[in-house]
Ligand binder design. Structure first.
Ligand SMILES: Nc1ncnc2c1ncn2[C@@H]1O[C@H](COP(=O)(O)OP(=O)(O)OP(=O)(O)O)[C@@H](O)[C@H]1O
Ligand SMILES: [Mg+2]
Length: 235
């Protein structure tokens, strides 16, 4: 569904990807790698926020930068930082925003958001001010906004980072139940180890690509080796 072909992406004066090619069709895909490896950058290209200097990024055959104007319900991204995603001051308004591409009137969208929160046993969250929520609660709101918007491709950028253990379990269950394609970047490897496909990005290049169990094991072995080499050089 997501096709990246020979994409070279430059951010600032840094070349993040140099002719990256990936064909991402599996229903669940994990994205792992060190800080700065390019996970968020890949997502930014996939949802059209960044456009490669050369090459192409397409979702269902449509150029990623045209998705938001031509098919706004196609791709949704959970930002690594919830404050980059949230626009409205209250939870119900933020959730209602996700329904706007479907064209339903605002009042109905707010009503849908309220009943959705009720179904999720969070009725008192509807009128809450986003500014008065904790970091993990804001991340939770971002996930709820994506769930209610129900785009066909879900990009989750470190969605577990601020969630408490019940929140992580809830998100894992939601991801397992989602009917859409889901791509998850994470440093918490247990959340993607069971996926059929995991991609290990290393300085903007694909270092390994295959079943979650083997790619996560290879990454962990490499991390352990680097840590050992570092401690040898210190002592
Ligand atoms: N706004 C920016 N301007 C210039 N370079 C950037 C910018 N954001 C990120 N980069 C660079 O792009 C590269 C990839 O960053 P990216 O944020 O995609 O990494 P990541 O894998 O998501 O890391 P993390 O695990 O820390 O979230 C890094 O070398 C980073 O320094
Ligand atoms: Mg990132």
């Amino acid at each position: 569904m997501l096709t990246i072909q020979d994409a070279t992406l430059v951010r600032g004066n840094h070349t993040v990807f140099n002719a990256l090619t990936l064909n991402l069709v599996e229903p669940r895909i994990g994205l792992i790698g060190d800080n700065g490896a390019g996970k968020s950058s890949l997502f930014r290209m996939a949802c059209g926020l960044d456009t490669p200097r050369t090459g192409s990024v397409q979702v269902q055959g449509l150029a990623a930068h045209q998705v938001s104007s031509q098919r706004p319900g196609l791709v949704g991204m959970l930002f690594q930082n919830p404050d980059d995603q949230i626009i409205f001051p209250t939870v119900e308004e933020e959730l209602a925003l996700g329904l706007s591409p479907s064209g339903i009137p605002r009042r109905q969208a707010i009503a849908r958001a309220r009943s959705f929160l009720q179904e999720r046993q969070l009725p008192d969250w509807a009128g809450r001010s986003i500014g008065a929520l904790s970091q993990g609660q804001r991340q939770h709101v971002c996930w709820l906004a994506l769930l209610i918007a129900a785009p066909e491709l879900l990009l989750l950028d470190e969605p577990y980072a601020s969630l408490d253990l019940p929140g992580q379990a809830r998100l894992t269950r939601d991801v397992a139940q989602a009917r859409q394609q889901v791509i998850v970047s994470t440093h918490a490897l247990d959340h993607v180890r069971g996926f059929g496909r995991v991609i290990w990005l290393d300085q903007g290049a694909v270092r390994a690509d295959g079943p979650g169990a083997s790619v996560c094991a290879a990454y962990q072995a490499d991390v352990a080796e680097r840590a050992a080499a570092q401690s040898r050089s210190i002592h």
